[in-house]
Design a protein around this ligand. Structure first.
Ligand SMILES: NC(=O)c1ccc[n+]([C@@H]2O[C@H](COP(=O)([O-])OP(=O)(O)OC[C@H]3O[C@@H](n4cnc5c(N)ncnc54)[C@H](O)[C@@H]3O)[C@@H](O)[C@H]2O)c1
Ligand SMILES: N[C@@H](CCO)C(=O)O
Length: 381
C-alpha cells in the first residue's frame, strides 16, 4: 500500500496530504533554551509531533539539545532523554556559544534555536546566531522590545541569514504579529492598535470580585503559568508595554519602552524588592486593588487593563473601569483582544481575540513559527 492509501486506511475520515511527504523530506535540528513552564511544554509538543510530522509532511525534527541557565544537555535526540533531561548523563555547564555551534553542526541552514527564557543575555546572541545562518524562534519579548539598535541589528542579520520569528511574544498563541505582517505586506497601513494584551491581567480582572483577595489570585495566576517569571512584569504594565513596542516596530515605527506611558499597579515600595521578597509581600497590593474594585462597583462597571498605540507615537497602558456594555467587558478568563485600525479596516477594525497566556498556547505559537520556517527549508535530495 502506498503512504496515502495507508494513511486513509488508518484515518478514514482524514484527507491525505496535498503533496506526498516523501517528495518534501526536510531535516531541522532544534536546540531549546529555557526549559521552564513554556519550554518544557514545547519540548513535549515537539516530541509528540515528531513522528506525525515526518510521516505527513516529510519534516524530520531532530531535538539535539536543551540549555537551562546553569546546565545544558546535548545529544537529546532520544525522546526519553528529552522527557527527563534532568536525569540525562550528557550535561555540562551552559555555554551558549558551544550550544549554538553544536546545534548548528554541519548544516547551519537546517538548524534552529528556540529561546524560551526571559533572559536579556540570551536575546543579545540573536544577531550573531542569525548571521551565522541559524534560525531563531522565541516567545521572549526582550529582543523585539529592547534597545532599538539591537533590534535593528537582529532584523538586518535575519535579512541575510537565518529566519527570525516571534509570534508568541504578543498574546501567546494568537495570530497577532502575522496578522499585522500580512496587512502591511499586502499594502495596508496601520493607523492604531487598541486592546487588552495581558492574559494575566485579563484573568485577574475577570476573577477579582472581592470574594478572594487580589494577592491570592496573583499567586494562582503564577501557578497556572499565566504570569511572567516575575509577576511584577505583568502587574506593572511593562509586559504589555513591550507588546506595544513589538507591534509598533513591526509597523516600522521606531517606538521604545520609554515612549510608552504606563500606569503601574505595583506599589512603589514593592518595585525594587527581589522577586522572592515581592512575592512574600504580595498582600500589600490588596488594599489598593480593593479600592479599584470598589470604584468599579460604584460605577457599575468592570475592571479592564487596556493599551493603545497610534501612528503619532502615542502609547498608553493602564487599568480602567469600563462600562458593563463596553465590548472589552465581555471577555472570559485570559482573553486578549487586539483591535487593528488600518486604512482598509478604518471604519470597522479587524479583531483578534482569544486566550492570551499559558504554557500550552504559548508553546503552540512558537511551534507554529517553527513549522513556518520549516516550510521554507530546502528539500533533501
Ligand atoms: N507564560 C506565558 O503565558 C507566556 C506567554 C507568552 C510569552 N511568554 C514568554 O515565554 C518565556 C518563558 O516563560 P515561562 O513562563 O516559561 O518562564 P519560566 O521562568 O518558567 O522559564 C524560563 C526558563 O528559562 C531559563 N533560563 C533563564 N536564563 C537562562 C539562560 N541564560 N540560559 C538558558 N536558560 C535560561 C530558566 O532556568 C527557566 O527554565 C518568557 O520570555 C515569557 O515572557 C510566556
Ligand atoms: N504574562 C503574559 C504572558 C503572555 O505574554 C501575560 O499574562 O499576558
Amino acid at each position: 500500500m502506498d503512504s496515502c492509501a495507508s494513511l486513509i486506511a488508518e484515518h478514514p475520515h482524514r484527507l491525505p496530504p496535498l503533496q506526498a511527504a516523501s517528495s518534501r523530506r526536510r531535516t531541522l535540528a532544534v536546540g531549546l533554551i529555557g526549559p521552564g513552564r513554556v519550554g518544557s511544554v514545547l519540548l513535549n509538543q515537539l516530541r509528540h509531533a515528531q513522528e506525525r510530522l515526518a510521516r505527513e509532511t516529510g519534516l524530520e525534527l531532530k531535538l539535539r539539545g536543551v540549555a537551562a541557565s546553569r546546565r545544558m544537555w546535548l545529544d537529546c535526540d532520544d525522546p526519553d532523554l528529552n522527557a527527563r533531561h534532568d536525569g540525562a548523563q550528557t550535561w555540562r555547564p551552559t555555554d551558549l556559544d558551544e550550544f549554538a555551534a553544536y546545534i548548528r553542526g554541519e548544516d547551519r541552514h537546517h538548524a534552529m534555536l528556540i529561546d524560551c527564557s526571559a533572559n536579556d543575555a540570551v536575546a543579545s546572541h540573536y544577531a550573531e546566531w542569525l548571521a551565522s545562518g541559524l534560525h531563531v524562534v522565541t516567545p521572549n519579548k526582550l529582543a523585539s522590545s529592547g534597545p532599538l539598535s539591537r533590534w535593528q541589528a537582529i532584523r538586518a542579520a535575519s535579512n541575510h541569514g537565518g529566519r527570525f520569528r516571534y509570534e508568541a511574544t504578543v498574546c501567546a498563541g494568537l495570530p497577532v504579529v502575522q496578522t499585522l505582517r500580512d496587512l502591511l505586506d499586502t499594502g495596508d497601513q496601520l493607523l492604531s492598535v487598541e486592546g487588552m494584551f495581558s492574559g494575566t491581567l485579563a484573568w485577574l480582572c475577570c476573577q477579582y470580585d472581592g470574594k478572594r483577595s487580589f494577592s491570592s489570585l496573583v499567586r494562582e495566576a503564577h501557578a497556572l503559568g499565566y504570569t511572567e517569571p516575575d509577576p511584577r512584569d505583568d502587574l506593572s504594565g511593562i509586559d504589555v508595554a513591550r507588546k506595544l513596542v513589538i507591534l509598533a516596530r513591526e509597523a516600522g515605527w521606531p517606538l521604545s519602552l520609554q515612549d510608552v506611558a504606563v500606569k503601574s499597579l505595583v506599589p512603589a515600595e514593592l518595585a525594587s524588592l527581589s522577586r522572592e521578597a515581592f512575592m512574600e509581600r504580595l498582600e500589600d497590593m490588596d488594599v489598593p486593588m480593593a479600592g479599584w474594585l470598589a470604584k468599579a462597583q460604584t460605577e457599575q462597571g468592570v475592571l479592564r487593563h487596556v493599551a493603545s498605540l497610534d501612528r503619532e507615537g502615542h502609547a498608553k497602558v493602564q487599568l480602567h473601569v469600563l462600562p458593563a456594555a463596553h465590548p472589552f467587558a465581555h471577555t472570559r478568563l485570559t482573553d486578549n483582544i487586539v483591535q487593528f485600525r488600518t486604512q482598509r479596516y478604518r471604519d470597522n477594525p479587524l479583531l483578534v481575540q482569544g486566550p492570551g497566556a499559558g504554557p500550552e498556547v504559548t508553546a503552540a505559537g512558537a511551534f507554529a513559527d517553527l513549522l513556518r520556517i520549516a516550510e521554507s527549508l530546502e528539500v533533501r535530495a
